[in-house]
Write a protein that binds this ligand. Sequence first.
Ligand SMILES: [Zn+2]
Length: 464
Amino acid sequence: MTLTEVTRANPPLVPPGTLIGRELRSGKIEKPVIGYGQAALAKKGEDYFLIKPDCQRIPGNPSTWFSVFAIFDGHNGISAAIFAKENLLSNVLSAIPKDASREEWLQKLPRALVAGFVKTDIEFQQKGETSGTTVTFVVIDGWTVTVASVGDSRCILDTQGGVVSLLTVDHRLEENVEERERVTASGGEVGRLNIFGGNEVEQLVSHPFSSSSFLQPKMFEDSISIMVLGCNLLCVFQVGPLRCWPGGLCLSRSIGDTDVGEFIVPVPHVKQVKLSDTGGRLIIASDGIWDALSSDAAAKACQGLPADLAARLVVKEALRSRGLKDDTTCLVVDIIPSVHPILPPTPRKQHNVLSSLFGKISNSTGKSPNKLFAVGAVEELFEEGSAMLAERLGKDFLVDRDSGLFRCAICQVDQPANDGLSINSGPFFSPSSKPWEGPFLCANCRKKKDAMEGKRPFQPTISI
Ligand SMILES: [Zn+2]
């Protein structure tokens, strides 16, 4: 098996805005340089990624540049992954007022990410297709990194000082107790796949391994059950990871998945951190990497290497550890001080980078080779993972003074007040209720919110 790149990694790039927008404020560098690389191995061809290093907060003003990197790990088809790749960024940006200052923009970004994820999910479901996708969506503006994620494609941060932290939360039913409780409370069932059989019982009982530790009860206590029905012995194997039913998905959050319960929600976990001006490295990857490598192992495997080579080495390490069992995609993003960029050392054999990388250097990656980086503190600005939109969208709402129309906090469509409801309003208006406390949702988005919380079924209106 050989490593094949799906897309050749790009060299580190300095967005044009850097040259114009580089400022010194109180002696501190305003914006870092972004270097990045990407590598992938396809098994099913359902992983997609987005690299946009040169977005502009104010169109036409290059000093307002920011970068977006994302991974979309599709399942049951590719359409949800492609749709999210093409629409999510614009849906997020549409939820932030155009006249926001940079500080306001960063402050509103976590809420806009929630709105953008939900809007994208509603729009995809209107297409009537059934595939789904994880999303890990990273926005880098200066030293501030904001990560929004649904599913199990992780993003880790290596501050190059030996500290590796996880910026995402895995929405896997197997590992996330809170999500299991939420799904169950919203009307879903959580369990393993049942496989029925009769003959298998005799084989188990008479199997030479049956008296060994291979079949000790502790190993099977939650994965197998045997029922006696009349004279027939029916064996029910419960296999694989925990899934939710209907649908049988292992994930509790995703975009798409029209054919599973509405308790599979598109509301992302969002974390926003500010790096010190020594910078850091992000590794964003699909579960093909994380099922093979721990966060620390992935970070250590590529420390000291430029981002493009680092991405290839992480994929190579995952392949060596577990084989190619799933689509495997990795983005490595370096956030580097721009005045005195400290670039990692370059491999010696420039003429044969790959053989050098995978042979010689991989043997020496166990320790950090770069001692030039100081240990930088990471300031945590924001973290929220609740699936409840009332907790995620805040209490502001926009009313157009001229038209009197209210703007939906999710889809951003202006509607008359009586065509929608405040998120906090109950089913009946009472003197004690505060119907307009909280963001306004149009009728369709309100239905979606209620369906996600198990209050009623949601049938998306199919677009023509
Ligand atoms: Zn709406």
